[in-house]
Design a binder for this molecule. Structure first.
Ligand code: 0O2
Length: 211
């Protein structure tokens, strides 16, 4: 039987819209409190129908099991300035009462063979529909701007090569991923040194500020 995709995807559309508002709300709260904002920006999308079908065939997921077995139909991405911010955002999400973390994948400590780095959370989000509550799975990818820069370009190149990079190209991409990671490390070190200098400076003046 033909699937009614509009009806199937409607709760996912609602989930992505609500989560974008909520995650952007975290950013606003930090700004209002004059604290360092751990979230740079948030994006979200519902997986296109063709991608759902392709992934279900690749992973042998039966169409009637999509809700339970495909956790990234609703997808959110949170971009951060620093690696430390990622851990702070993960903790904020773990503490929330309006969503439940059901899986965590740390591709920062354990990068993928491609060189990909990101922190992935699968959450269960109760969306309120006219017919009652429905629990929707959503994937939240949390990464630095440098990780996002690499992943965005690698993803579009991958699409052009249909996943079959020549060996030399994948080695160069892995090196580029490492360079992006080194950049993150260096930015964190610079930030720590600035924070330390501020602490020493404000010590005498009885003031402290968040970098
Ligand atoms: P799209 O177009 O982003 O939606 P598995 O791969 O089996 O370990 P699974 O279920 O695919 O597990 O989840 P995983 O690996 O935690 O997350 C998959 C998503 O992470 C991908 O979604 C990408 O968004 C991202 N991702 C994972 N590996 C890479 C990579 O090597 N390069 C880039 N650029 N992104 C990656 P989709 O559905 O593949 O694609």
């Amino acid at each position: 039987m033909e699937r009614d995709w509009d009806t199937f995807l409607a709760p996912y559309e609602q989930t992505v819209s609500e989560l974008k508002v909520k995650l952007r709300g975290i950013r606003k709260q930090f700004r209002e409190q004059n604290r360092h904002v751990p979230i740079e920006f948030v994006t979200g999308r519902v997986k296109p129908i063709e991608s759902i079908i392709t992934k279900s065939q690749l992973r042998h997921i039966p169409m009637q099991r999509l809700e339970e077995e495909m956790s990234d139909i609703a997808g959110l991405r949170i971009m951060c300035q620093f690696v430390d911010d990622i851990h702070q955002v993960v903790q904020i999400i773990r503490n929330r009462k309006d969503m439940k973390v059901i899986q965590e994948r740390d591709y920062i400590t354990n990068k993928k063979a491609s060189g990909y780095r990101s922190y992935h959370l699968v959450i269960e989000y109760p969306v309120q529909l006219v017919g009652g509550e429905k629990k929707i799975l959503a994937e939240i990818q949390i990464r630095t701007l440098a990780m996002n820069f690499w992943a965005t370009i690698e993803h579009s190149l991958n699409y052009k090569y249909q996943g079959a990079f020549p060996e030399e190209m994948s080695e160069r991409l892995q090196r580029a991923a490492e360079a992006a990671y080194q950049l993150d490390e260096e930015m964190s070190t610079i930030r720590e040194e600035i924070q330390e200098a501020q602490r020493l400076f404000s010590h005498g003046r009885g003031k402290s500020e968040d970098v």
